[in-house]
Write a protein that binds this ligand. Structure first.
Ligand code: ZN
Length: 72
């Protein structure tokens, strides 16, 4: 099961990729963000497991006008 790390393989296109639990891999895996739907209220993104491609989550990114609030 041990996977050999390849040089440069850790450089992902999306630096915002985070670890989410994948039910298929049964562990937290790096995710790939994919734009699923463009809604008037915001964009719906889907997170896909980089290992097997299973959808591990989704989020709605709302476009807000005005100053952006930073969440802790
Ligand atoms: Zn997976």
């Amino acid at each position: 099961m041990a996977r050999r790390a390849q040089p440069g393989a850790e450089q992902y296109e999306s630096l915002r990729a985070s670890l989410l639990f994948c039910p298929k891999c049964r562990r937290a895996t790096p995710t790939r963000e994919r734009l699923l739907l463009v809604l008037p209220t915001g964009n719906l993104y889907e997170y896909l497991c980089m290992e097997c491609g299973t959808s591990t989550g989704s989020k709605t990114e709302q476009e807000q006008s005005g100053p952006r609030l930073f969440r802790p």
